[in-house]
Ligand binder design. Structure first.
Ligand SMILES: C[S@@+](CC[C@H](N)C(=O)[O-])C[C@H]1O[C@@H](n2cnc3c(N)ncnc32)[C@H](O)[C@@H]1O
Length: 224
C-alpha cells in the first residue's frame, strides 16, 4: 500500500483515541509543546496543516483566525466537533492534502505543522507548499519529535518510547501498527541540521530551531 494511503487509514483508525493517547503517553507535555510552537506564530490568518483533531488550531485561535487542514476525514470531523463544543468560530476545518494544498499563493500570515511533517509521504513537497501559501515575510513553524542528544536520558527515553509506549498505545487504541510506527518514524526522521536543509530548500530563510524537554521535540521556524 502506498505510504499516503497507509497513513490516512492508520490515523482514521486511531482517531477516536488520538487526543486521550496524546495526553497520556506524553504525560501532558504535548499541550506545553504545542503552546510553545504556537507562540512563534504571527497574528492574522494561519494555516495549520496535518492538523489532526485541531489542537494547534485551537491553541492559536485565541489571537488568530485559523484554517485547520488534514487529509483524514475522521480527524477533520473530530476537529469540527471539538470547535462546536468549545464555541470557537474563528477556526475552520477542511480536508486537504498537505502535499497539494488547495489554497492560493501568498494567502496566510503563517503556517504550522505539529507532529505531521514526519508522516507526509513527500516532506519536501509539503514544506514547499507551506512556503507557497504564506505571504512574503510570513513564518513557517514546525514542531516535531527529535532524538535526544544526552546519552543517559536517551537510554531511559528510548526504553519508554520503543518498548512501553507501543504496548499502551495498542491496548487503548486496539490498533496494532500505529504506536510502533510512531517510534520507528521518529528514528527515521532527519537529524535537526538535515531538516533545516530541507526547510532551506523549500525557500525558507533565517531558520532557527530549539529543543524542548531534553530534546524529545524540536521547534523549527523559518521566514519566507
Ligand atoms: C500525528 S498527527 C498530528 C496532528 C496534530 N497536528 C497534533 O498536533 O496532534 C499527524 C496528522 O497528519 C495527517 N497527515 C499525514 N499526511 C498528511 C497529508 N499528506 N496531508 C494532510 N494530512 C496529513 C494525519 O492524518 C494526522 O492527522
Amino acid at each position: 500500500m502506498p505510504k499516503k494511503e497507509y497513513i490516512q487509514k492508520m490515523f482514521a483508525g486511531i482517531s477516536p483515541h488520538y487526543d486521550f493517547l496524546n495526553r497520556t503517553l506524553s504525560l501532558g507535555r504535548d499541550i506545553y509543546w504545542r503552546r510553545f510552537a504556537v507562540a512563534e506564530l504571527p497574528h492574522g490568518l494561519i494555516l495549520d496543516v496535518c492538523s489532526g483533531t485541531g489542537d494547534v488550531a485551537i491553541e492559536a485561535s485565541s489571537k488568530r483566525r485559523v484554517i485547520s487542514s488534514d487529509f483524514c476525514r475522521e480527524m477533520t470531523l473530530l476537529c469540527s466537533e471539538k470547535l462546536k463544543k468549545l464555541g470557537i468560530d474563528n477556526v475552520f476545518c477542511v480536508q486537504n492534502d498537505s502535499e497539494n494544498l488547495s489554497f492560493n499563493d501568498d494567502t496566510f500570515d503563517g503556517a504550522i505543522v505539529a507532529f505531521g511533517i514526519r508522516n507526509v509521504a513527500d516532506m519536501e513537497k509539503a514544506l514547499s507548499e507551506m512556503y507557497r501559501v504564506i505571504k512574503k515575510d510570513g513564518k513557517v513553524i514546525v514542531l516535531e519529535f527529535s532524538r535526544p542528544e544526552n546519552r543517559f536520558f536517551r537510554g531511559i527515553y528510548y526504553y519508554y518510547f520503543k518498548k512501553i509506549l507501543p504496548v499502551i498505545g495498542t491496548l487503548i487504541s486496539k490498533k496494532s501498527g500505529a504506536y510502533s510506527y510512531l517510534p520507528s518514524s521518529v528514528m527515521a526522521f532527519p537529524e535537526r541540521r538535515q531538516f533545516v536543509e530541507y526547510m532551506k530548500r523549500s525557500g525558507l530563510k533565517d531558520i532557527k530551531y530549539y529543543d524542548l524537554t531534553f530534546g524529545i521535540v524540536t521547534i523549527y521556524a523559518g521566514i519566507k
